[in-house]
Design a protein around this ligand. Structure first.
Ligand code: ZN
Length: 364
């Protein structure tokens, strides 16, 4: 099945090569406006005829300020030496106080175009994709990875937006979801086929493109899984009573998740805390709020345990941003993964709003 499909792009490329050589069709721009190599001669066209793939860059750290950038341009690996301004990322804090405005969304799953559209129509970024949210905090509640075909581009977009937000006195929080941990752990069941091809061309396994020796890999390892901003908790799946019973602080939880990434399978399996955190009752997989496995009283008790008023989660897909338990819980996975549209949750001074795909704000 996969093998049959993988032959289709070859046929398409052979046809388009013939057509472009005949001068019938000429287009040097990719969809996102990136200028590709023009004037490809017959020889180049033949070499690149086994793939149309564009991906990267994946930057491999050589020393503190030096790296090798590997990109795939029209199916060919392009390597260059690059200077790096940052290779040691500070571990993200867990608690944030005094934040005036917060926006949250999740489960982007490689759909950069929809993600950008939602941010744009809700004035979080401007028409040139630059930060417009001032001193506000944008929380991405996990799952940039898997399913879609713009994962790398989304990661670099967030990487850049994070810097812009910081310069403006704001903040981007990229929290890790189950799909980040799956990929880092080598569970590649949900990656877009394109990324198998990328890894093959680079002669590596897909998780190696995000190892601790890469810029994106190191950056991701600095991220948190749970944060608390003012009195609101943010986490990908949710917090269960079983998690509360583990008696971990939020900071300890973040640290354990970070440690879990690079341990061997044996080390993982002999650690009960790792196993509990990755279980269906753990913070990155829990769906209890949506199958009503838990009462409002129990949700209140969990919130009290962490001295919080609300919890914002992703992971369980909805057609729009919805609330549960009379506004104690908000779920911000508005199915951006379908590649059509999405929403963003705003919260300001204890009030919550749905930021719709057309930019309209509706208060809960
Ligand atoms: Zn998820």
């Amino acid at each position: 099945m996969t093998k049959l499909f993988s032959k289709i792009p070859i046929i398409v490329i052979l046809l388009s090569t013939i057509i472009s050589l005949l001068g019938i069709y000429h287009n040097n721009e990719t969809q996102n406006g990136t200028y590709k190599i023009a004037e490809a001669n017959l020889f180049d066209a033949e070499i690149s005829s086994n793939s149309v793939l564009d991906d990267g860059p994946y930057i491999f750290i050589e020393s503190d300020h030096q790296g090798i950038s590997k990109s795939i341009v029209s199916g060919k690996v392009v390597e260059k030496s690059v200077e790096l301004d940052e290779t040691n990322f500070r571990i993200e804090a867990t608690y944030y106080e005094g934040v005036k405005k917060i926006a949250a969304l999740s489960d982007i799953h490689g759909q950069l175009d929809v993600f950008i559209e939602v941010l744009k129509s809700n004035n979080i970024i401007d028409d040139n994709n630059n930060w417009l949210f001032g001193d506000g905090h944008l929380v991405i509640t996990g799952d940039i990875f898997d399913r879609g075909s713009q994962v790398t581009e989304t990661l670099w977009f967030v990487y850049d937006l994070e810097k812009q937000a910081k310069a403006a006195g704001g903040k981007v929080h990229y929290l890790l979801g189950n799909h980040e941990y799956m990929v880092l752990d080598g569970d590649l069941r949900y990656i877009h086929d394109k990324y198998n091809e990328s890894a093959n061309l680079l002669g590596l396994k897909y998780p190696d493109l995000f190892s601790n020796e890469t810029v994106l890999g190191k950056w991701i390892r600095s991220k948190s899984t749970i944060i608390k901003i003012n009195d609101i908790l943010f986490v990908h799946g949710g917090l269960s009573q079983a998690f509360v019973n583990m008696n971990l602080s939020l900071e300890e939880t973040n640290q354990l998740f970070r440690e879990s990434i690079d341990v061997s399978e044996d080390e993982f399996n002999s650690n009960d805390q790792f196993k509990a955190l990755y279980s269906s009752n753990g913070p990155i997989w829990y769906r209890g709020y949506f199958i009503k496995a838990i009462s409002k009283l129990e949700v209140e008790s969990i919130l009290n345990h962490f001295n919080a008023k609300n919890i914002i989660v992703g992971h369980t897909s909805q057609s729009k941003i919805v609330e549960a338990y009379d506004g104690l819980v908000y779920v911000v996975d508005s199915s951006i993964k379908n590649g059509k549209s999405g929403e963003v949750l705003f919260t300001e001074e204890g009030r919550f709003y749905r930021g719709k795909s057309n930019g309209k704000k509706i208060q809960f």
